[in-house]
Design a protein around this ligand. Structure first.
Ligand SMILES: *[C@@H]1O[C@H](CO)[C@@H](O)[C@H](O)[C@H]1NC(C)=O
Ligand SMILES: *[C@@H]1O[C@H](CO)[C@@H](O)[C@H](O)[C@H]1NC(C)=O
Length: 327
């Protein structure tokens, strides 16, 4: 039974296997996929996306409240796959932010929607889709357990603001595998409340790498058991491999406790001088950080790249550039 997702979208949005525009008149804020025939018993294939699903080329389709375009909430064992494309047509949303960018921080653009959001979807499988040009985050995974994300292509321009590939928060047992992610911000961002997260076989870049401890959006304050293996970074900026940090950047008072993180068999090129950046809170620190066989070189020409760290503890074997705080 492979019809439900396409069928659902057809009913709701006029979606067909060609390229259709999601028409704002037909848009309403939430649907229960179970009402449209989804089964979610882990056996039935509920959700194939074959064609291209395109967001309207306008910022007027949200009511200012909805910060997501497509959301799945509390669907158990959802499978979303197929060779289709989800195109967020983000450039119209990026323009005002890019105009008001100051030192790399963006203003005037808080209300942009995430393209695809999963909330409390245990057993989620997401595979084979292409995700283009989200207004903001391409995919966010919140409060989900047992998730496998594989064979995705996520793409947005290098200068598009805050267009993270995949953001994970308050989730556990998440595998991200065999995907290519190149956007204007983090390829993957791991936020507070997340544990047992493995990332393998990901080609990341351009972008800001795989970052840990970016802003969380809940009262959770740990990231534990996070493993990155067999990944390539190309031309990544802002701490090439991605920042690992444990303090809260903006308004939050609590620092994130980061522990048991491994990076193994990583190669890549960094577009910034600081290729490895372990920047941890001075009270909670980051513990048991293990780097094994990590080789980063500079992309293009410029000063020698370096590894930087504050309050991070662990070990490094065969790591270039050297990370001084790891033994
Ligand atoms: C995640 O990575 C860790 C460390 O490499 C490994 O021990 C564990 O088996 C992996 N988990 C899965 C589900 O692949
Ligand atoms: C990373 O690059 C190497 C060499 O360019 C390649 O052999 C390997 O398959 C790449 N890894 C991934 C995850 O694509």
């Amino acid at each position: 039974m492979k019809f439900v997702f396409g069928f659902t979208l057809f009913l709701l949005t006029g979606f067909t296997l060609g390229n259709e525009i999601l028409n704002s008149k037909e848009y309403s804020s939430s649907f229960n996929v179970m009402d449209y025939g989804a089964v979610g018993d882990g056996k039935v294939d509920d959700s194939q996306l074959g064609g291209t699903l395109i967001a309207p080329e306008s910022t007027s389709w949200t009511d200012g409240q909805v910060a997501v375009w497509i959301q799945f909430s509390s669907v158990e064992n959802l499978i979303l796959d197929g060779g289709g494309t989800i195109d967020g047509q983000g450039s119209i949303w990026w323009q005002p932010c890019m105009k008001t960018s100051i030192f790399g921080f963006y203003f005037d653009c808080n209300r942009r929607p995430t393209a695809l959001h999963f909330n409390n979807c245990n057993g989620l499988r997401l595979k084979g889709l292409t995700h283009l040009n989200s207004p903001m985050l391409h995919i966010s995974i919140n409060a989900c357990k047992d998730v496998v994300v594989s064979n995705l292509h996520i793409k947005a321009p290098e200068d598009s603001p805050n267009t993270d590939g995949i953001d994970i928060a308050d989730s556990s047992n998440v595998q991200i595998q065999d995907s290519t992610i190149g956007t204007g911000d983090d390829c993957v961002a791991i936020n507070g409340g997340s544990c047992f997260i493995n990332i393998t076989g990901v080609n990341c870049g351009p972008g800001h790498g795989i970052s840990v401890g970016s802003l969380g959006d809940g009262p959770y304050d740990t990231v534990e058991e996070f493993h990155v293996k067999n990944c390539n970074f190309s031309n990544t900026q802002n701490g090439g491999m991605g920042k690992l940090h444990s303090y809260e950047i903006l308004q939050k008072a609590t620092a994130i406790q980061v522990s048991d993180v491994t990076y193994s068999d990583i190669q890549g090129t960094s577009a910034s001088d600081r290729a490895i950046d372990l920047d941890c809170d001075k009270v909670v620190g980051c513990s048991n950080i293990v780097m094994n066989n990590v080789q980063i070189t500079r992309s293009g020409t410029g000063p020698q790249i370096y590894g930087s760290c504050n309050n991070a503890h662990g070990t490094a074997i065969n790591v270039q550039p050297e990370v001084p705080c790891l033994s």
